[in-house]
Structure formats: structure tokens, C-alpha cells
Ligand binder design. Structure first.
Ligand SMILES: [Zn+2]
Ligand SMILES: [Zn+2]
Ligand SMILES: [Zn+2]
Length: 238
């Protein structure tokens, strides 16, 4: 996993829209003048907060990480909060956990909802993970390219998954049928491959990992990684 600049005194907060970072910090008895050296607003409602020292950060971290209205990630922590955006709503969470499991251990996950409509899911799912390797900025889940975000993630090309350039500059040709590079779907001679589990012989729609008609949504964290059925109704093993 790529080692980034040491940021042991810094954390990242994801605030709900309209929330004020200073009010939030003060509600936890964090005094910007006494405890912090930097508060930096980032795109998408994210804020980097840098404490005076590691000791000061450690003192407040338990309260911050357990607060319910803010998602907090510590840069020094090996456990990352990974957000996956644009996930098709009906996709079994097992499929997402299965794909994420290729990059580390999924500890738990939850579904996010619209702020003004708390019973409406918004297509964003979050997972606490112990990463063993960095996750590309885009993963194909349930037939759609979904975006993946976490603090300290190196940006990769949304098309080919490599670092150093953006999708609009990418000259790699990718086949969305067999997931190989160098040709497009209409020239593909390979057998179909599942875009979720990567195994041949079935599409993501029939993938035993993806669908069980038992979608369990929860805004609370649900523990566990993917459960892979040994034998599914379709008889395909993943
Ligand atoms: Zn690329
Ligand atoms: Zn192909
Ligand atoms: Zn599959």
C-alpha cells in the first residue's frame, strides 16, 4: 500500500450539508485556538482538521470517531471509512463487500440516507475496512461504475485504475464484457465475465454473490465481510 506523507496529527471529517465545523468541534469541547493548528475545507463537505500534537488528537479521537452525525477518518489509522457512491439500490450488499474484500478486510458497513428524508437511501454505502492495498477510484458494481472514496486514497484513473492521469486523458481501450484492455465490446471474442466477481460463465445479474432478493438495508453499521454461497440456485460457483 502506498505510504503517504505522515499525517498522524490530522483527521478528516465528513459533515452533513449546512453543518458548521467550528460549532461541531466546540460541541466536543475542542477549542480551535488551544487544540488545533489547521482546519482546511475540502470539496464535498469534507474538512481536514490538524491537531497541535498526536497526544491532543488521541485525547479527542474516541469522542469524534463515535459521533453519529459526522463521519471521521484518522489518517494514521489503518481502519479507513470507505464510501462507495452510485451503487444500484437493489444490489445485494454482499456483492459490494465481496469486491471490497479484494483490497482488505471489511469490518462493517452501512447505507446512507438523504438528510431531509431519513427513510430514503441515497445510493452511498460506507464500510470500515482494514486496507491491505489501495482501492481504485472506480469499481464496477452491479453493472455500473461506482466511485470509491476514502481519506488518503491515491487518485486513480476512473477508466483503467492507474495513477497519474485522469479518465479524459486515458488512451487505454477497455472491454466492458470481458474486462480486459486493448479492445472494445464489439470486437470481443472472449467469454463473458461477471463484472462483480470476475468469474467467467455468468453476468453480474446471475452472480451468486450479487443477488439473493434479501437486500438488508441499515443505517446502523452491520458487521462482517461477504458471505459467498457454496451452491446457489443458478448452480454457478463464485
Ligand atoms: Zn487510465
Ligand atoms: Zn472483451
Ligand atoms: Zn459473479
Amino acid at each position: 500500500m502506498a505510504r503517504h506523507t505522515r499525517r498522524d496529527c490530522s483527521i478528516q471529517l465528513q459533515l452533513s450539508s449546512g453543518a458548521n465545523v467550528f460549532e461541531y468541534l466546540k460541541s466536543l469541547s475542542i477549542n480551535p485556538a488551544d487544540h488545533l493548528t489547521a482546519v482546511q475545507a475540502l470539496p464535498g463537505g469534507k474538512v481536514d482538521v490538524t491537531f497541535l500534537s498526536e497526544d491532543v488528537k488521541r485525547r479527542f479521537w474516541p469522542t469524534i470517531s463515535s459521533s453519529t452525525n459526522v463521519t471521521a477518518t484518522s489518517y494514521a489509522d489503518t481502519v479507513k471509512v470507505v464510501s462507495v457512491l452510485h451503487v444500484p439500490h437493489e444490489l445485494n450488499d454482499n456483492a459490494v463487500r465481496f469486491v471490497l474484500g479484494k483490497f482488505g478486510k471489511v469490518i462493517c458497513g452501512r447505507f446512507l440516507t438523504h438528510r431531509d428524508y431519513p427513510s430514503l437511501y441515497n445510493g452511498v454505502r460506507q464500510y470500515k475496512m482494514e486496507l491491505t492495498t489501495d482501492i481504485p477510484s472506480s469499481l464496477n458494481l452491479g453493472g455500473r461504475d461506482c466511485w470509491v472514496r476514502y481519506a488518503g486514497q491515491p487518485r486513480t484513473c476512473l477508466k483503467c485504475g492507474k495513477c497519474g492521469h485522469e479518465a479524459k486523458e486515458c488512451d487505454v481501450t477497455k472491454c466492458y464484457k470481458c474486462l480486459q484492455f486493448g479492445h472494445v465490446v464489439r470486437n470481443c471474442t472472449a467469454d463473458q465475465k461477471c463484472t462483480t466477481c470476475g468469474k467467467p460463465g455468468h453476468s453480474f445479474r446471475n452472480c451468486p454473490v450479487s443477488f439473493s432478493n434479501k437486500l438488508k438495508c441499515s443505517t446502523a453499521w452491520i458487521r462482517g465481510g461477504a458471505e459467498v454461497a457454496e451452491n446457489s440456485n443458478s448452480g454457478v460457483r463464485c
